[in-house]
Design a binder for this molecule. Structure first.
Ligand SMILES: NC(=O)C1=CN([C@@H]2O[C@H](COP(=O)(O)OP(=O)(O)OC[C@H]3O[C@@H](n4cnc5c(N)ncnc54)[C@H](O)[C@@H]3O)[C@@H](O)[C@H]2O)[C@@H](O)CC1
Ligand SMILES: Nc1ncnc2c1ncn2[C@@H]1O[C@H](COP(=O)(O)OP(=O)(O)OP(=O)(O)O)[C@@H](O)[C@H]1O
Length: 436
């Protein structure tokens, strides 16, 4: 709208409409244009439309400039990745094979990998992937993985609408456990998802809602038509985390299983943690071979799962080997064995996340991990659509973030660090790792 300065004053603006009409009795009156108020309105509207046009023209130019800037930034990043890739390929062709060799050699990545990402990015990932086992990884490897994570972080622009950066669902929350689904859901939001839904039992819902008005809480998990109730929301979800605080009641596990099946049919990334892993231990086929599935067991959960699939005790002296074996048995599913070093594998290579955490192991930090992984999995599968395994990038990102949060929270709170303290650190830890 024009300002008072730009507003055009009507001719004889100090005269009233009636005195004007009295001065021109003989001339036939042109309807509308001769009537000063109408003319004034016309001019006003015309100017207003012009101002609006100008505004949109300028806004368009601003957005175009912003696009160009982002493209240049992206090109710089790709160039950097390309250089890293060249460095890596020369290292891989000169260095002797690692003394700790996985049971299988890492396969070369097919050329279709990364066909949806830019070609140079694809080349870097290919080279990185074909390095084989990364059991003896150095700082450069971590940096390269972090670059791949940085690449999936969506830009914050005014063009987006709510929901575009991720709508994540958490299946979990029952009478005994209300903290775990809350931790997972709020972590998803703080990492950058736009909306975070919790599907929990009726008696857990009010409690979870009272922790945070940010979460959308559905008290449906123990309702007779739970699966239909949850299924209604699936078309709107980009990622699902199954298990934090789910409990082990048969009915809830059955619902979780059916929801997983529905999600698979929709090709939604699924992270399975905590009691969701209990379900997988009973019925591995529920997720076996699903390429957008990620399992995040702690040591106990891993041991149970390993023994259920291999029918023999695990060799606990060689975690890398065990983790690869389990992933292969699960149909090359992405697996994260949490611990002093988080071991991430899809059965063909092991990536270790060693970012320094702290000596503090408070309950709930695994929920922070799974919640943030839900968002990163969505971003990774969006950016690296045709890549062999974008889940590896998501898993590495979430492990790095959790450990960085743990370290930062510990610096302030020491022994009294809790998961809530870690959640407070998500913003700055994310920025430090992925936006610097
Ligand atoms: N505030 C909350 O509501 C919380 C709820 N939680 C929920 O509690 C439920 C049960 O989870 P649990 O983790 O207790 O599962 P389990 O009942 O399988 O217990 C695993 C046990 O193994 C132990 N353990 C873990 N890592 C180990 C290692 N490396 N070596 C030896 N022992 C190890 C743990 O202390 C725990 O006692 C899940 O639904 C989970 O999500 C947890 O997430 C913690 C926080
Ligand atoms: N010994 C360790 N040293 C450093 N970091 C660790 C260690 N153990 C676990 N972590 C970090 O904590 C994260 C969560 O692992 P943890 O073993 O606490 O999961 P969890 O038992 O499933 O958690 P929850 O209490 O939520 O159920 C890991 O991904 C890792 O980043």
């Amino acid at each position: 709208f024009p300002t008072s300065d730009t507003l055009v004053k009507p001719p004889n603006s100090n005269q009233s409409a009636s005195s004007l009409s009295n001065r021109t009795p003989k001339r036939p009156r042109k309807r509308r244009t001769n009537f000063p108020m109408e003319k004034l309105m016309e001019q006003y509207l015309e100017q207003s439309a012009q101002a609006e046009d100008n505004f949109y023209r300028m806004e368009e130019q601003r957005l175009q400039a912003e696009d160009r800037r982002r493209e240049a930034e992206h090109a710089r990043e790709l160039h950097m990745l390309q250089m890293l890739g060249q460095m890596f390929s020369s290292i891989s062709s000169t260095r002797p094979s690692s003394p700790v060799t996985p049971p299988k050699t890492a396969p070369a990545v097919p050329s279709s990998v990364f066909s949806s990402a830019s070609p140079s990015c694809a080349r870097v990932f290919e080279r990185y992937y074909s390095l084989g086992s990364t059991l003896k990884r150095g700082m450069d490897d971590d940096d390269n993985m972090l670059s791949l994570v940085k690449n999936i972080v969506p830009a914050l622009t005014s063009k987006k609408h709510k929901g575009q950066d991720g709508r994540i669902g958490i299946i979990g929350g029952c009478q005994d456990y209300t903290g775990a689904p809350y931790f997972a859901a709020i972590s998803a939001l703080k990492v950058g998802a736009d909306l975070s839904h919790v599907f929990c039992t009726k008696d857990a819902a009010t409690v979870i809602k009272s922790y945070s008005p940010e979460l959308i809480v559905h008290p449906v998990l123990d309702s007779p038509n739970a699966v239909e109730e949850i299924e209604k929301w699936l078309p709107r979800l980009h990622g699902l985390v199954v298990g934090p605080g789910l409990g082990r009641e048969d009915l809830l596990l059955k619902t979780a299983k059916e929801v997983i099946e529905k999600c698979k049919a929709r090709d939604i990334p699924i992270v399975i943690d905590a009691d969701g892993l209990w379900l997988v231990t009973q019925q591995p086929s529920v997720i076996q071979g699903y390429q957008k599935g990620i399992l995040t067991p702690n040591f106990m959960e891993f041991t149970r799962l390993y023994e259920a699939l291999h029918h023999e005790p695990m060799d606990s002296s060689d975690h890398q080997r065990s983790v690869m074996q389990l992933s292969v048995a699960m149909g090359n599913l992405t697996l994260v064995l949490k611990g002093e070093h988080d071991l991430i594998t899809d059965g063909s290579k092991v990536i270790s996340c060693n970012i320094e955490g702290s000596g503090r192991r408070c309950g709930g930090q695994g929920d922070l991990l799974s919640g943030s992984m839900g968002v990163l999995a969505h971003w990774a599968h969006t950016v690296y659509q045709m890549a062999k395994n974008p889940s590896l990038v998501a898993a590495f990102g979430a492990c790095s973030l959790t450990r960085q949060c743990n370290s930062q929270a510990f610096q302030q709170h020491g022994r009294s660090t809790t998961t809530s303290d870690m959640i407070q650190e998500i913003g700055s830890a994310f920025k430090k790792l992925f936006e610097s």
